[in-house]
Design a protein around this ligand. Structure first.
Ligand code: SAM
Ligand code: SF4
Length: 350
């Protein structure tokens, strides 16, 4: 075993259920030009710009995490392309590939992608997830408050420069569940991978209810009215956990992320950092861990900063709960309102 493997396998952050952490999501801003009904509150209170960690601080944190086993970094938001300097950040993260980082990814609404696609490709972005919840321009505007056309332009631009993309579509019952077949047809025709996502209780205004969830079962039944749907065998050689259950529609791959009705929490290998330095061991964790001071100390190379960050993180990650259903159950048992959860998707980044 060489030194690098030794360091990584010894230092990998693991939770109490034995799930090692390999994926880090960094939210670089909570701001967004869209107002997706399932995400953004009606009246968002943006983080103050001076409260955000700088890209240098975020980079030092990523370096620290990669040396402790993180292999995949996803840059998200809010809308990550709204933060100036994000392309340079992608380029800087390339340095971490020599320490074991395998992929640098981004999740974007693609509104500004046309102008950034080439630069992101040059900066070494490995792949991009793009949100697209409707192909109907009027419905798209109702869902997001923005136009569909720039998003489709952004998708074309990414394809033109050779950036691998996946499309994410959140479905809400009675709102855009009529898009299952149009989006599926479009993905086959475009030869892009589409993943339907069940609506999760992380919307800014806490209006989520189970009635709004379009279940994996319903999605499959709808797809089966037009396509030959088969289950794609799980790739047991894959070392990381994939939150999407994989299917084929007429031999074209499609995924469903069914956190509510059929979750993948049992193998979750993700952790998350908000733009102002709050660390979350789970999307649904009622409480994060404020690491701002520790990250700033790390970035200033203060003595023992690595030791104190390591100590804070390993305990918090160890205590990661079993998953969405376990957390909901605990909140119910303790008669704690779900609204006690202060974080929403536009801060955590999905
Ligand atoms: N703005 C970028 C975008 O929309 O792709 C990145 C941030 S967004 C918060 C990341 C992902 O979270 C998107 O794919 C979005 O569809 C998803 N998302 C947001 N709110 C959600 C919710 N309540 N339930 C399920 N997925 C959600
Ligand atoms: Fe913005 Fe993405 Fe949230 Fe939509 S899902 S409001 S694009 S952060």
């Amino acid at each position: 075993m060489n030194m690098m493997t030794e360091l990584k396998s010894n230092a990998l952050f693991v939770d109490q259920f034995g799930r090692g952490k390999r994926k880090l999501r960094i939210s670089v801003t909570d701001r967004c030009n869209f107002k997706c009904v399932y995400c953004m509150p009606e009246h968002p209170e943006w983080m103050k710009k001076h409260d955000l960690l700088s890209f240098e601080e975020l980079y030092q944190f990523c370096d620290f995490m990669v040396r402790r086993g993180i292999e995949f970094i996803r840059i998200t938001g809010g809308e990550p392309l709204m933060r100036q300097g994000v392309v340079h950040f992608v380029a800087q993260l390339q340095n971490l590939k020599q320490l074991g980082l395998k992929r640098i990814s981004m999740t974007s609404n693609a509104h500004y992608l046309k102008q950034y696609a080439q630069a992101l490709k040059y900066a070494g972005l490995d792949d991009l997830n793009i949100s697209l919840d409707s192909l109907d321009a009027t419905q798209f505007k109702q869902l997001t408050q923005k136009d569909l056309a720039p998003v489709l332009d952004g998708i074309r631009a990414a394809q033109a420069v050779g950036l691998p993309i996946k499309i994410n579509s959140v479905l809400m019952s009675g709102i855009n569940d009529n898009q299952i077949l149009p989006l599926a047809r479009w993905s086959v025709q475009q030869k892009v991978i589409l993943r339907f996502i069940e609506f999760m209780p992380l919307d800014g205004d806490r209006k989520w209810s189970t009635e709004h969830v379009v279940s994996e079962q319903h999605i499959l039944e709808t797809l089966a009215t037009e396509f030959a749907v088969t289950t794609q065998a799980h790739d047991s050689t894959q070392v990381t956990s994939n939150p999407a259950r994989q299917y084929l529609i007429n031999n074209h791959p499609i995924g469903i992320i069914s956190t509510i009705t059929n979750s993948f929490c049992g193998t979750c290998d993700r952790v998350r950092l908000t733009a102002q330095g709050e660390f979350y061991n789970c999307l649904f964790a009622p409480q994060g861990l404020n690491l701002k001071a520790e990250i700033k100390a790390l970035a200033s190379s203060e003595p023992l900063s690595e030791v104190s960050l390591n100590g804070a993180l390993s305990g918090y990650i160890w205590n990661k709960e079993q998953g969405f259903h376990a957390i909901e159950q605990r909140l119910n048992n303790q008669s704690l309102a779900k609204s006690s959860r202060k974080i929403s998707m536009h801060m955590l980044g999905g």
